[in-house]
Ligand binder design. Structure first.
Ligand code: PFF
Length: 452
């Protein structure tokens, strides 16, 4: 704990690389692929408002808590939770929170790598000029063909997981840091270019109104849960990913400042993606609520018609791939760190086992887009089920438990020592983490269950 100044897995070489890596974990498919399509499915502006409120009221305080726990525990989330619970004189069964997080990471990565595989397939499609001068119907057909082909999707899913595992195998400084160093600024620039294109597409005003005009009558209990779940998903919270990254953080770094930066960058990228996509949706009479294919059915249209679109398209999908990669390595890191600590494995073996498990489940996800698309449980196919179970249930509940632990179980003086906030800042954080965050998650669940 405090006597350990470093994790056995190594540590970030500086505050900057931690910011890069944590931002790399946060910014991913969640921002560019998922945020636009769930916004489309949940009616736009009001959903975006709830999402932004959740980032501020839940995401930021819980991210501070999660990094803090990680840095104080300096081990995998399972072992961190056990030793911090013991330190606080509480029940070592708090380690099950780490277990739940590790399992959530597996379940997410199983479908995350399939979608990242789509991004890789689109790098190749762009390269061969498939989008050039294509209309909405042709772009739709390209996407439908990919969906109908288990072989292609399994191929890319496998390729993506292999690359993820190769990065994870190399460890904290060599693997994780290098993967994220150049990504963020370039991604930002391309998104700005796409926004500029969208502004001239003719659907700009409609797109902006859809995104930012809040009509709360459209908001169902399930939309609120989805917005809240997405706040956790997009910031990589509630499952130990940020906790394990925090465990590699040097002691002299300000956790709160870092958190604001990460959450800010993450939100800006999501909003930019929305601003780039919805004008295209309306300008081309596409369906905003068309689901997980949304960015693959809209952005290629822009690339097919803008000057330099071939190159920008190529860069965009390469960057999307990198954004997914820097997130996927954090999804699997809690499991790898735990396998190394408790099962006497070296990092490569641990990565291999973890990757193999995700690969198998991912095959099922691929089938849920074609041969198993009619196989449904609670009216959801396997992809939808995994997404709902993790983003809408496991992450918010995990986040709530983290808030309860940091606010009620950990000694306030220990939290104060880790955070080094000015007195007032600490009080605000404590109030949010003790009362607001747990209560908000609880109330949303009651609302979904129809109790409220
Ligand atoms: N935050 C990532 C994204 O928005 O794509 C996804 C993610 C990564 C979720 C790591 C959870 C996690 F632990």
């Amino acid at each position: 704990m405090t006597d350990k100044s470093q994790s056995i897995h190594g540590q970030w070489s500086s505050r900057f690389t931690f910011i890069l890596a944590a931002t790399g974990s946060a910014v991913g498919l969640g921002n560019i692929w998922k945020f636009p399509y769930i916004t489309g499915e949940n009616g736009g502006g009001a959903f975006v408002m709830v999402y932004l409120m959740c980032i501020l009221g839940l995401g930021i305080p819980i991210m501070i808590a999660e990094i803090m726990l990680g840095r104080r525990g300096r081990q995998s989330p399972i072992n961190t939770m056990r030793s911090l619970a013991t330190e606080a004189g509480s029940d070592p069964r708090w380690q099950y929170l780490g277990w739940a997080g590790m399992i959530a990471g597996f379940l997410i990565l199983a479908y995350y790598s399939v979608i990242a595989g789509w991004a890789m397939a689109y790098i190749v499609k762009d390269f061969f000029g498939s989008f050039i001068n294509s209309d909405a119907m042709e772009i739709q057909r390209l996407f439908d063909n990919l969906m109908a082909s288990p072989f292609q999707q399994i191929f890319w899913h496998t390729a993506f997981l292999i690359i993820t595992m190769l990065c994870v195998m190399r460890g904290v400084q060599n693997g994780l840091e290098k993967a994220v160093r150049f990504l963020m600024p370039t991604l930002f620039v391309i998104l700005m270019l796409l926004v500029a294109y969208a502004m001239s597409s003719g659907g700009y005003e409609q797109g902006m109104a859809f995104l930012f005009h809040a009509d709360f009558s459209k908001l169902t209990a399930d939309s609120i849960l989805t917005a809240m779940g997405h706040a956790f998903f997009t910031l990589s919270l509630g499952m130990g990913a940020i906790m394990v990254y925090g465990s590699y953080l040097p002691n002299n770094v300000s956790i709160a400042k870092t958190t604001f930066f990460i959450a800010g960058a993450d939100t800006v990228v999501a909003l930019l993606a929305g601003i780039a996509i919805f004008p295209l949706v309306f300008a081309n009479n596409l369906e905003a609520g068309s689901g997980p294919g949304l960015i693959f059915q809209t952005l290629p249209l822009a690339f097919g018609h803008m000057t330099g679109g071939w190159l920008f398209g190529l860069l965009f999908f390469i960057l999307l791939f990198f954004a997914a990669l820097s997130s996927s390595i954090s999804l699997i890191e809690p499991a790898v760190a735990w396998l190394v600590e408790n099962n006497n494995m070296d990092r490569p073996t641990a990565s291999l086992w973890a990757g193999a498990a995700c690969w198998v489940l991912g095959i099922g996800v691929v089938f849920s887009f074609n041969i198993w698309s009619d196989l449904k449980l609670f009216d959801k196919n396997l992809f939808e089920l995994l997404d709902y179970l993790t983003a809408n249930m496991m992450l918010p509940l995990g986040g709530m438990a983290i808030a309860i632990f940091a606010g009620w179980i950990m000694q306030p003086k220990d939290a104060e020592e880790e955070l080094e906030l000015p007195a007032q800042g600490f009080q605000i954080w404590q109030f949010l983490i003790k009362y607001v965050s747990p209560a908000a998650v609880f109330l949303v669940f009651l609302h979904v269950l129809g109790v409220l």
